[in-house]
Design a protein around this ligand. Sequence first.
Ligand code: ADP
Ligand code: TRP
Length: 332
Amino acid sequence: MNKEIVCSGIRPTGNLHLGNYFGALRNFVKMQDECDCYFFIADYHSLTTHPTPDNLYRNARQILIQYLAAGLDPERCTIYLQSDLPETIELYLFFNMNAYLGELERVTSFKDKVRQQPNNVNAGLLTYPTLMAADILIHKASKVPVGKDQEQHLEMTRTFAQRFNNMYKCDVFPLPQAYNFGSELVKVPGLDGSGKMGKSEGEQNAIFFTDEPAVIRKKIMRAKTDSGPTEMNQTKPVEIENLFTLLKIVSSADAVAYYDDLYNRCQIRYGDLKKQLAEDMVNFTQPFRERIEELSKDEQYLVRVMDRGKEKARESARKTITEVRHIIGYRN
Ligand code: ADP
Ligand code: TRP
């Protein structure tokens, strides 16, 4: 039986954090045996923010190291650089011919960027979803492990796939779904009491794979709390709920139940909860830090992984692009 095809990527814009891990990367790691997996470093997408050549290169290398440190195995899945696959760009062009200004302008992530960087509203940002659709559909992937914030992009991917199939009366593309191994899509909260853990929300809001234990402890001890519960069994305010969500992610069920009970009886001391959370975070990330250090020294291995990944990914991409070109009417 053919294995299900899975594809996902992360932009190389900085070190990976626990949001990236629990939203996306952990799924990559778990799916690599039972599916045919293509995991890439989205170094075309990161151009929307105009990185310097040095930063582009360094960040892509860091993401590769961190993919491997988290448990991606190049023997069991295909790991590659998006920019090693020019076929993606050709498919991106085809999708752009049937992507409409109105629908692209309505995408939430685009509207956010217009607000955040009004002086750099470039066409790459506008067509971010068509490039993402091309990434996924170049391998005809049907499952896409991502966090909750990517749901709308997947909806667009299905729109472009369906539109192409309808236009050319074919069923060349599947309609891919955002996927989480645990079932629900995940949103890991940050430490500032609001929203999600993310790079753009500031250094202090996220726990990065590369953070030293002292840094992790400091960040967690500074996480936002309130002055404590005043009534038995009261609903937790957002910032406290967030700390419990983080505790559920890295600590034992017993520890979560223990602090929940103290909260409900108005006897919780946030300092104790934070100490527990910090130690569990330090232990959880320790193996990542060790492997990152080891892998960083092995340049030859990293080059081999990239070369092999490129070869395998292009094989799959060439098949799709040949078929698509023929369907569109480019007959050699
Ligand atoms: P960031 O928000 O730090 O810029 P990206 O947007 O590059 O992270 O996200 C890369 C992947 O990690 C995506 O699949 C995204 O859905 C996932 N992700 C990022 N932050 C979180 C989070 N806090 N919770 C769940 N998934 C997340
Ligand atoms: N948009 C994703 C993010 O911001 C990155 C990405 C680019 C991606 N192409 C993709 C994710 C294809 C999944 C599939 O994190």
